[in-house]
Design a protein around this ligand. Structure first.
Ligand code: AMP
Ligand code: MG
Length: 364
């Protein structure tokens, strides 16, 4: 096996799906576009290829992988049985950002499931991705294509930043459409349990299932999560993050107070316009307007990114990871992020922000 940081990484385009599919089949690591985030793909039936995923990402070995299929016909040989409710979920939400765990068949290596008896499957809503899987002819294991713990990549450039020299190829298909990962569910009797919130919301699942609940571990840190990955710190940029949730005006005033306090402690910040920004603010359009009203003279020590509209959590989801990575590039010392109401896709956004901040969330 090549050294994991000494591989020549080929940059491929959507015209190279034949090559990408073939590389995947023979056991290479290929970063693949999906509608959620870029995945780090490898042959999901080959334990040694999946070993390379763990090595390249630095991923904890008990955190299982999602296997991606090109259509439902690929599912049957990977699972022991499919219940009517699981079938309805696939019929309704595939291709799309819903991952379902099933009792695995003997064909699925334990390396894919972290030793669990269940395997997580998803069919992505991305033509190029499904075509690559079809050409590979095997399910493709693909966690997010970032170093473990860091924000997930939603562009090929972000993949390259983390993975250059560690993987064989990247297929660049432009920015991802959704921007946060899939929803992971497990069906128990007639209940759908959400193990990780994501692109398919609880409200959407309730259209096909009578009982939809969240895994209790999502709200209770003393419980062991059913999705092992949920226990790890994730999505974190390089600097400490504080998340604020509340009415836009209240968030703006709170941000102003924090800035005032920091500037008072370090008056140089006000003058040193050439210095790098020290405080990052990630906020909504609504809150920027309110902040402009309460704090008309911004010091250049504050770096601001507007990541969407508070009223439209999908816009926040879309730009969340890319914005966090931009703050890494700028190199702010501390980052204050406006969260959102945990409704619809806002549940996934808040779940990622809780992880990114290590639970440092203030409800205003
Ligand atoms: P990622 O691939 O980084 O988006 O993470 C995949 C998520 O799915 C992690 O939280 C895993 O713990 C979870 N997952 C994968 N396979 C299983 C499984 N068999 N049972 C429960 N959770 C799983
Ligand atoms: Mg991930």
């Amino acid at each position: 096996m090549e050294a994991v940081d000494n591989i020549e990484t080929q940059l491929l385009t959507v015209n190279d799906v034949e090559l990408a599919g073939t590389l995947l089949r023979v056991g290479d690591l290929v970063a693949i576009p999906t509608e959620t985030v870029y995945g780090l793909g490898a042959n999901g039936l080959a334990a040694d290829a999946m070993d390379r995923i763990y090595e390249a990402k630095g991923r904890p070995s008990d955190n299982p992988l999602i296997l991606h299929v090109c259509d439902q016909s690929m599912v049957h040989r990977l699972v022991q049985h499919i219940t009517p409710l699981e079938q309805r979920l696939m019929d309704t939400f595939w291709p799309g950002p819903l991952t379902i765990t099933f009792e695995k068949s003997a064909l699925v290596p334990e390396r894919a499931t972290g030793g669990l008896s269940r395997v997580a499957l998803r069919c992505p809503n991305h033509d190029v991705c499904r075509e690559m899987i079809r050409i590979a002819g095997v399910p493709i294991a693909a966690p997010s294509a970032n170093r473990s713990g860091r924000p997930s990549p939603t562009t090929a450039e972000a993949v390259l930043h983390d993975m250059k020299g560690r993987i064989h190829a990247i297929v660049d298909a432009g920015p991802c459409e959704i921007g946060v990962e899939s929803t992971v569910v497990q069906v128990e009797d007639h209940t759908v349990i959400i193990l990780r919130p994501g692109g398919v919301t609880k409200e959407m699942l309730e259209m096909v299932a009578d009982h939809v609940i969240y895994d209790t571990a999502l709200h209770d840190p003393t419980e062991a999560p059913k999705a092992p990955g949920m226990k790890y710190r994730h999505y974190a940029p390089d600097m400490p993050v504080q998340v604020l949730v509340g009415q836009s005006l209240t968030v703006a005033e709170y941000m102003k107070d924090i800035i005032d306090t920091i500037v008072q402690q370090e008056p140089m910040l006000q003058e040193d316009c050439k210095g790098k920004p020290r405080i990052g603010l990630l906020l909504s359009e609504e809150t920027l307007e309110n902040l402009n009203a309460v704090l008309p003279n911004f010091t250049l020590s504050v770096d601001i990114i507007v990541y969407g509209e508070q009223a439209e959590p999908i816009s926040l989801a879309n730009r969340l990871y890319d914005s966090l990575l931009q703050f890494n590039d700028v190199g702010v010392d501390t980052l204050i992020v406006e969260g959102c109401t945990p409704v619809g896709l806002g549940v996934a956004v808040m779940n990622r922000l809780e992880k990114a901040s290590g639970g440092h969330v203030t409800l205003l």
